[in-house]
Write a protein of this length. Structure first.
Lengths: 108, 114
């Protein structure tokens, strides 16, 4: 069983829709929770991180963590074609453990 | 200005060959990493170095040998390449070992073993 489970999708939504992505994890030692975005043929880049249960907003992006359920989510509001990418959750204890990534396509 | 650069970008080679991938960062970071991303996009850490010292060595065949000549460089040498080594290899760097330190990734090296 992988430490971090993420549905690889793919996910296709129309422009303006809300995109909902999530990961579950098994290791309670994880204290830091991140979302990376990876465009095709590029390296991943950090989108958001949080280290506590609750919500964190940054523009159109909201990261949510529920430590009691070991569940993290990323919401993208008013999605744009430029949001089309693979989104990877990443959890950190002494090293980053990534989910499989969800490929998202936003149709114009 | 490229923060984390890797060479080559593409590498196509035959089984059994030995090859090297080079990584350089100009961010002044102390910590560097190698990751492997397989065909299903699963990204997994291989090695990390802090101030030229090996910190993390995940379960990687000893055909893979990292070398850090200085803090700004981390190279990866692979001996006796196998079909299963085909993947995209990413180098990354971070300011230090704090779990909140952002890791910055290079553009990747796409290795194809025939």
């Amino acid at each position: 069983q992988k430490e971090v489970e993420q549905d690889p999708g793919p996910l296709s939504v129309p422009e303006g829709a809300i995109v909902s992505l999530n990961c579950t994890y098994s290791n309670s030692a994880f204290q830091y929770f991140m979302w990376y975005r990876q465009y095709s043929r590029k390296g991943p880049e950090l989108l958001m991180y949080t280290y506590s249960s609750g919500n964190k907003e940054d523009g159109r992006f909201t990261a949510q963590v529920d430590k009691s359920s070991k569940y993290i989510s990323l919401f993208i509001r008013d999605s744009q074609p430029s949001d089309s990418a693979t989104y990877l959750c990443a959890l950190n204890d002494y090293k980053l453990s990534f989910g499989a990534g969800t490929t998202v396509t936003v149709r114009a | 200005d490229t923060a984390v650069s890797q060479t080559p970008k593409y590498l196509v080679t035959q089984m059994g060959n030995d090859k090297s991938i080079k990584c350089e960062q100009n961010l002044g970071h102390d910590t560097m990493y190698w990751y492997k991303q397989d065909s299903k996009k699963f990204l997994k850490i291989m090695f990390s170095y802090n101030n030229k010292e090996l910190i993390i060595n995940e379960t990687v065949p000893n055909r893979f040998s990292p070398k850090s000549p200085d803090k700004a460089h981390l190279n990866l040498h692979i001996n006796s390449l196998e079909l299963g080594d085909s993947a995209v290899y990413f180098c990354a760097s971070s300011p230090g070992l704090d779990p909140t330190d952002t890791q910055y990734f290079g553009p990747g090296t796409r290795l194809t073993v025939l």
